[in-house]
Design a protein around this ligand. Structure first.
Ligand code: GLU
Ligand code: MG
Length: 442
């Protein structure tokens, strides 16, 4: 370990360094190393039972058919390049962990899966840049009612929640994120803070930082923050749209330089790959039973398998703007924050690369509102409904060799086992029961 890092930790009076991982159920967990022991533990990491990747969101009980058991250990090795002091937890620092088995990345490590997909993209001479755009509710801790009763972009909400939002933003900035924009979202007490894109691995790491920070700081303001996709039946859901772009040699290659205002052919094929695999991807990007309550028509949540320029109802929105009408990035709306960001981003990259490899045709952008199409128009435009339950998206994933192969046999098996156990446990839950169980988990 370099002296400079140790000095920095001591200057900040750090007592514990939390080593974090995000499991198949998308729970963020950590084991902490005392500062005095850091040099001993830094190379070998901390022990983790392999069964950690077989735990569902409901309880710490190993699910059946995961291929994992309480026998067997992996090491969680801190990736020191991610080490950050925690602005909201005095004397604690945080670092992302990599799961290592016998000196090699463990096949079930979600962070390594994303690294593998980044390497796959690199082979195709591509770099994916990305940012997750989170929406979350601020709630009263006693009865989980919203902290205000405001509408989209209400300045009243800005005034009422200023202390919480300012502190969250400062803490994100202190941890290296670039806070770009903030607005109160449509639901009562719902907020959105967006951060600047970065490389894919950092974007997924930042998603962990974001959730940790928002939740911790809200609590310090006597509020509960929740990213659960759907909390109130009649109010907006929480999206976690993924914004991404494709780069080669430091240049954004999404734009058609010959044809300003349009997507490049490579960009189109990448998007076509995502649309092709979307029903299966959804078992990873919208992976909870609760996710499907959010994915409703007219909720701008990506409930339709289509794409369009500036189209808020399409799963893939290609944003343009008056200053620069050429697209610079794409937004996938069919994502929520119950998704493990490493698995979600990694599988999206795998799907996009498949589109490129097969030269898939994206087809024409949709210029109409899906719910206003006649049956004949829907057929003609091939606007198919996306899965409306986890059960259906899981069936698609089980049949999707491209994504299963990308995950690898062991990660795929453990992931499917966790999700099936969650489905089994929650398939007949009312919204109320989902909220009781999951509100504070996500
Ligand atoms: N709340 C919507 C969702 O569930 C997104 C609204 C927006 O476009 O910002 O995805
Ligand atoms: Mg929004």
């Amino acid at each position: 370990m370099d002296k400079e890092t140790l000095t920095r930790l001591d200057r900040e009076h750090i007592k514990f360094i939390r080593v974090l991982w995000c499991d198949n159920a998308n729970l963020i967990r950590g084991k902490a190393i005392h500062r005095k022991q850091l040099e001993t533990y830094v190379t070998h990491g901390v022990g983790l039972t392999a069964a950690q990747q077989a735990l569902p969101v409901m309880a710490d009980v190993v699910v059946p058919n995961s291929g994992l058991s309480p026998i067997g250990e992996v090491r969680l090795i801190p990736d020191l390049s991610t080490l950050t002091c925690l602005p909201y937890a005095k004397n604690h620092a945080r670092v992302m962990g990599d799961m290592i088995l016998n000196g090699q990345p463990w096949s079930c490590c979600p962070r390594d899966f994303l690294k593998r997909m980044i390497a796959r993209a690199k082979k195709a001479e591509l770099e994916v840049m990305a940012a997750f755009e989170n929406e979350f509710y601020l709630l009263n801790p006693d009865d989980f009612s919203p902290v205000d009763d405001t509408v989209f972009a209400a300045t009243l909400s800005m005034d009422l929640q200023q202390a919480t939002i300012d502190e969250i933003s400062e803490a994100l900035i202190a941890q290296g994120l670039v806070v770009e924009l903030y607005h109160p979202e449509s639901g009562p007490g719902q907020q959105e803070i967006s951060v600047l894109y970065t490389n894919a691995l950092a974007a997924a790491d930042q998603q962990i930082v974001f959730r940790e920070t928002v939740k911790a700081i809200a609590r310090q303001h006597q509020q509960i923050a929740s990213f659960l996709p759907k909390i109130f039946l009649d109010s907006a859901g929480n999206g976690c749209h993924l914004h991404f772009s494709l780069w080669r040699d430091g240049k954004n290659i999404l734009v058609d330089t010959e044809n300003p205002g349009f997507l490049s052919l490579r960009g189109q094929s990448f998007l076509a790959g995502i649309l092709k695999h979307l029903p299966a991807l959804m078992a990873i990007t919208t992976p909870s039973v609760n996710s499907y309550r959010r994915l409703q028509p007219n909720c701008w949540s990506g409930a339709f398998r289509c794409w369009g320029y500036d189209h808020r109802e399409a799963a893939l929105r290609v944003p343009t703007n008056a200053v620069n009408p050429s697209p610079t990035h794409v937004e996938l709306k069919t994502v929520d924050a119950s998704a493990n960001p490493y698995l979600a981003l990694g599988s999206i990259i795998a799907a996009g690369l498949d589109g490129l490899k097969q030269n898939l045709n994206l087809g024409e952008p949709l210029t109409k509102v899906p719910t206003q199409l006649t049956e004949a128009e829907s057929l003609e435009l091939a606007i198919e409904p996306l899965p409306n339950s986890l059960e259906i998206s899981l069936e698609h994933l089980q049949d999707n060799t491209l994504i299963l192969d990308a995950l690898g046999q062991e990660l795929a098996q453990s992931y499917l086992a966790v999700k099936k156990a969650e489905l089994q446990a929650m398939k007949d839950f009312s919204l109320q029961q989902e909220v009781e169980l999951l509100l504070e988990r996500y």
